[in-house]
Design a protein around this ligand. Structure first.
Ligand code: GBH
Length: 474
């Protein structure tokens, strides 16, 4: 079809995959049912002072019991794909040993329900809910956890691989390593920069082990991916000291993962920046980098906001400490770098709304990894809901956010980026980690007292985008 009319300029390529995303601990609830054992997020959320309002995932959206009606909701939105995560402690209680049939059965029923509705299941193996028993033997700070993850991946693939064609190993290993073991604002809440770096390596190794297990178990047509929260890093000024701050944050924010996964190994500048914290020569064993470098079919990118940095002295007066509630830095070896809030509006999280960052990130990632298909595996925002007398929820800020970010994706595709799909975060309002239920990212409102789901105006707008394979008007 001709690509020259005004309307076609808003169309996405044929086959572009439209979806929405969730994660197990954020929506499922049912934390003690059918043999599930606690995860580090159960322990963390039940530790006073760790999560706003003392909220936990004990019930969350009760999706474990309501998955059928949630799939019906997805089909009403016209979703083509649904990205969800598997709870490791449901499938393999305690993180080792044989699979728990009841835990696998839940996901098997969910997958069947999705397929019956014509919705492609996209599985994430790990969205932060490490079995607590594995944390007690060292969690991600020890190598053994990566070996256990490979075994878990095989169990999951064995049970679901006949019906799930797109698999993601890890969601945002940066958060697992540096918010979990560095700043401590995420489970397990440890605050040691050296342990955070060790965790990053073991997460990389876990990705490699899982990729091998998936390849060995899945049918040949199945695809393997990883999802990274790549930071779109900008220097505050072109001052060489600011540029160096940006280089350092790019190293420990991005290239610590993309280096070994996609570019042949850990970058030399990262190793130098962190040599005082970790003996990389003993942490990284011979052969590890080859395991981590196992080819993947697609890179998932989660994007919310850009990251603006400067050298320590520069503009420190109006510095923005984008580190959550912790006085501990999530940036080992670069603790003195100053973070700045980009100009303009912010979401309820205090994150700057900047769709240009998404465009720049897609273009830079395409150039850095030519030939590797990309997908936006998360994008969205927490916004206030404005209920009206007609019972609707007029989240016009979310519609505007989605509109502008989809336009950025569209522009990146037009300029040559190979972006295969877009997953809105999130299908439902849910347990927003350390922020509890206070922050709402859903296109569908959840009344936690009644578990009533109400599609917001953004959900209807997104349904129009999907139906048209194009960006609709506001
Ligand atoms: C994603 O995390 C998660 O995958 C998802 O589960 C979550 O609900 C969703 O996004 C919304 O938060 O950390 O203060 O330096 C995103 C986590 C958010 C981490 C932006 C990096 C940068 C600001 N990322 N954050 S800060």
């Amino acid at each position: 079809s001709p690509a020259s009319t005004a309307v076609d300029r808003l169309h996405f390529p044929p086959g572009f995959l439209w979806g929405a995303a969730t994660a197990a601990y954020q929506i499922e609830g049912a934390v003690a049912e059918d043999g599930r054992t606690p995860s580090i997020w159960d322990t963390f959320s039940h530790t006073p002072g760790k999560v706003a309002g003392g909220d936990t995932g004990d019930t969350a959206c009760d999706h474990y019991h309501r998955y059928r009606t949630d799939v019906t909701l997805m089909s009403h939105l016209g979703l083509q794909a649904y990205r969800f995560s598997l709870s490791w402690p449901r499938i393999q209680p305690g993180g080792r040993g044989p699979a728990n049939p009841a835990g696998l059965d839940f996901y098997s029923r969910l997958v069947d329900e999705l397929l019956d509705a014509g919705i492609r299941p996209v599985v994430t193996l790990y969205h932060w809910d490490l079995p607590q028993a594995l944390e007690e033997t060292g969690g991600w700070t020890v190598r053994e956890t990566a070996e256990r993850f490979g075994e878990y991946a095989a169990l999951a693939a064995d049970a679901l691989g006949d019906r799930v064609a797109l698999w993601t190993t890890l969601n945002e290993p940066w958060c697992s390593a540096f918010l979990g073991y560095g700043s401590g604002v995420h489970a397990p809440g440890r605050t040691d920069p050296a342990l955070a770096l060790r965790a990053a390596h073991h997460l990389n190794l876990a990705h490699g082990r899982a990729t091998a297990a998936l390849r060995a178990t899945l049918p040949a047509h199945a695809q393997v991916a990883v999802t990274l929260n790549l930071h779109q890093v900008r220097a505050l000024t072109s001052d060489p000291a600011d540029l160096d701050a940006a280089r350092r944050i790019d190293a420990v924010g991005n290239r610590i993962f993309t280096g070994p996964m996609l570019s042949g190994g850990y970058p030399a500048d990262l190793l130098a920046d962190t040599a005082h914290l970790v003996d990389w020569d003993t942490l990284v064993r011979p052969g590890d980098e080859a395991v981590i470098a196992a080819p993947i079919d697609l890179l998932g990118i989660n994007y919310y906001t850009p990251t603006v940095v400067s050298a320590p002295a520069h503009g420190a007066a109006d510095a923005h400490h984008a580190h959550g509630e912790s006085s501990h830095s999530p940036w080992p070896g670069s603790e003195d770098v100053t973070f700045h809030l980009p100009p303009g509006d912010t979401t309820e999280m205090g994150w700057a709304i900047d769709p240009t960052g998404l465009y720049d990130l897609l273009m830079a990632t395409s150039r850095a990894h030519p030939g590797l298909p990309l997908a936006i595996t998360e994008n969205g925002g927490a916004f206030p809901d404005v209920p009206t007398a007609d019972g609707q929820i007029h989240d016009h800020d979310r519609i505007d956010y989605l509109h502008r970010h989809l336009a950025a994706v569209h522009r990146a595709i037009a300029d040559g980026a190979d972006v295969r799909g877009y997953f809105l975060w999130s299908l439902l309002d849910n347990f927003e980690w350390a922020y509890g239920y206070e922050k709402r990212f859903g296109a569908v409102h959840v009344d936690y007292a009644t578990q009533l789901r109400t599609p917001k105006r953004s959900a209807r707008w997104y349904a129009r985008a999907i139906a048209a394979n194009a960006i609709p008007g506001l």
